[in-house]
Design a binder for this molecule. Structure first.
Ligand SMILES: [Zn+2]
Length: 423
């Protein structure tokens, strides 16, 4: 515990300077923050982060996906490193803290450790991840997904933004080498563990007046596209008992999803959402002949998620048979949820308590880079309060006193685990 005495307090002014410095790189000034992956603005921001990390004396590398790694070397660099950090891209008209809070507190934590002169055996690396938000290319966690080996060169060639720009081409244009994606890959054992700080994006901490949350598990998403095919016909001519209304069937399916998720008792937290619906022909006097809609299921428990998916698909099938409509379900994505490592949770909890910061355990509904990091290394996550629970909007706010608390606990926990042989 003596190292806690020598660790200087985190500097709110420096944290604010970085938050504001990163927020200058914004494509929608005056209307929230927009910094999409592999745009000129995002690339300029990457250079800013790189130079700020260099000013801290970190050894900086930018990998082929545009993730920025800043390393504070340990005394035994042959050991697997300890990672921290989060993403620096944003959604459309988003806020200035989502992701960035984890980048700047990670930088501050490494700076505090370096300033304290405390010895650490393992290298400590803060990473600013690229492309965590699915905002531009429709897929999230591009930087960390590549590290997990869940993204291929072929994927990069098939991912397009709304203007038709191919991610692979855009990366080349911006000076990156998409063909080298395998060089980002990390396998089990390559990284000792990762601790990510993120804003809560919910209001549990605010309501309980707590500065910090310790994440127990991160929900992952299961997405599928449903196509219901009925028969388009005259809204007045076709009697109710013989029509094949694709939209009525889709509505019944949507309500069935809602009930199944609400009634699910296998998991502590899960959600089910139909967020996109397209009717055809979509005219006032024609019975809808075809409907396409999306299903988004989030769950913090893998077994529960699989059971839910099966139940939902069975129920949709029954509804389709009852209504005599065609049904096609295409699975788009099914990532596994991640459970935080108990030793990392305990370390975060203990170091928070030692600093006098109260905390509680939370489930993360949104996904984070840690979801993919968790496929090859033990992860822990620290949440800081979001004002009114708002995020992904211009009003997103986290007081700098919470960033300070987070940076200090992160510094203590990183230093602690960087000197451990095993977790
Ligand atoms: Zn985020």
């Amino acid at each position: 515990m003596e190292r806690l005495i020598t660790m200087p307090p985190a500097d709110e002014a420096r944290l604010n300077r970085w938050i504001n410095g990163i927020d200058q790189f914004n494509d929608t000034v005056g209307d929230g923050t927009t910094r999409h992956y592999m745009t000129a603005t995002e690339c300029a921001c990457r250079e800013y982060i790189r130079s700020e990390m260099e000013k801290l004396g970190l050894r900086v590398e930018v990998d082929c996906m545009g993730n920025v790694h800043g390393t504070l070397p340990g005394t035994e660099p042959e050991l697997a490193p300890v990672w921290t950090g989060s993403h620096f891209d944003t959604v459309l008209h988003g806020g200035r803290f989502d992701g960035v809070a984890g980048v700047v507190t990670g930088m501050e934590a490494l700076h505090l450790i370096a300033s304290s002169g405390a010895a650490h055996r393992r290298d400590l690396t803060v990473i600013a991840y690229g492309g965590e938000e699915p905002a531009r290319f429709g897929i999230g966690c591009i930087g960390s997904r590549a590290m997990a080996g869940r993204l291929s060169v072929e994927d990069l060639k098939s991912l397009r933004d709304q203007d038709g720009t191919v991610l692979y081409d855009e990366m080349k244009l911006r000076g990156f080498d998409p063909d080298a994606i395998a060089s980002c890959r990390r396998k089990e054992g390559d990284v000792f563990c990762s601790l990510e700080l993120h804003i809560e994006q919910n209001k549990v901490l605010e309501e309980r007046d707590l500065p910090l949350g310790i994440v127990k598990a991160i929900c992952s998403a299961l997405n599928f596209v449903v196509t219901v095919t009925g028969q388009a016909a005259h809204a007045g001519g076709m009697p109710m008992d013989v029509r094949k209304d694709a939209y009525a069937a889709a509505c019944e399916m949507s309500l069935a999803l809602e009930s199944l998720v609400r009634e699910n008792r296998l998991s502590e937290y899960c959600t089910g959402t139909v967020g996109y619906v397209q009717l055809s022909p979509n005219a006032p006097n024609i019975i809808p002949g075809q409907v396409q809609f999306t299903v988004d299921i989030r769950d913090c428990n893998a077994a529960s998620k699989d059971a839910l998916m099966n139940a939902v698909q069975d129920e949709f099938q029954k509804i389709a048979e009852k209504r005599d409509v065609g049904l096609r379900m295409e699975l788009q994505n099914n990532d596994k949820p991640v459970v935080s490592h108990p030793v990392l949770m305990a370390a975060l909890e203990q170091h928070a308590a030692a600093r006098g910061y109260e905390s509680c355990e939370l489930i993360s509904g949104p996904f984070h880079d840690s979801l993919f990091l968790g496929t090859f290394t033990p992860v822990g996550m620290l949440f800081v309060p979001s004002k009114a629970g708002l995020s992904h909007c211009p009003e997103e706010w986290t007081d700098s006193k919470y960033l300070k608390a987070g940076a200090e606990v992160l510094a203590d926990a990183l230093l602690d685990v960087a000197n451990r042989d095993t977790l």
